[in-house]
Design a protein around this ligand. Structure first.
Ligand code: CA
Length: 223
């Protein structure tokens, strides 16, 4: 999952970025509203964490632009305790959730996972597909009741494919969820992670469409 973090406070931004990376997200961090707008115009994100008080272009203005441009990406707004009116205007402008500073990093991660589930139209805390169960909040995967150990990137890939069952995603699309800015993309890394996922979860789970991409097919419920 790839996150755009927009926060002009260097200390807070650095801490949040580190925490989110630790939790397995790929994070791009910008420190002003215009840089965030440029990033949104050129990259694909799964989530945005947005401070409202920003230089160059405020978070509220960025949100208004985002929604008027029909970006569907979920936005969690960060706001100071003393700016309740900011918070209200942020939510009116199209934020999906907000957190008041100072906040707990675990709380932020839990909220982001909830937004991801909601945006994928999933209401449960876990994603189940045949005998595989994935729990985003705890990064846990099991197959037939047995815990399966996955690396952070294998987990992210599986999560992304399971959120969009039946939809083919290209290697480039999947790579975007694995890497943030400045992180070197290892060649063939998607292929390698898919290979490992198949070894751990069964060769038939993820289907390759040669030259197109990868898909987890919808479960056949007719049987
Ligand atoms: Ca700020």
């Amino acid at each position: 999952m790839r996150i755009l973090l927009v926060e002009d406070d260097a200390l807070l931004g650095d801490g949040v970025r580190a925490g989110l990376k630790q939790a397995g997200f790929a994070v791009d961090w910008t420190q002003d509203g215009l840089a965030a707008k440029l990033a949104l115009e050129t990259e694909a994100y799964d989530l945005i964490v947005l401070d409202l008080g920003l230089p160059k272009l405020s978070g509220t203005e960025l949100l208004k632009w985002l929604r008027s441009s029909h970006f569907k990406v979920p936005v969690l707004v960060l706001t100071a305790r003393d700016t309740v009116s900011d918070r209200v205007s942020g939510l009116n402008a199209g934020a999906d959730d907000y957190l008041i500073k100072p906040f707990d990093l675990d709380e932020l991660i839990a909220r982001l996972n909830a937004l991801l589930r909601r945006s994928a139209g999933l209401v449960t805390m876990t994603i189940q597909h045949s005998d595989i169960v994935l729990t985003p909040s705890t990064h846990h995967v099991s197959k037939d009741g047995q815990t399966i150990e996955l690396s952070a990137r294998e987990f992210t890939l599986l999560h992304e494919l399971l959120l969009h069952v039946g939809r083919v995603q290209s290697r480039e699309q999947l790579e975007q969820h694995l890497y943030g800015w400045g992180e070197e993309v290892e060649s063939n890394s998607v292929e390698v992670h898919i290979h490992h996922l198949r070894k751990k979860l069964g060769s038939e789970l993820i289907r390759t469409l040669r030259g197109v991409g990868y898909v987890i097919d919808k479960e056949d419920t007719s049987r």
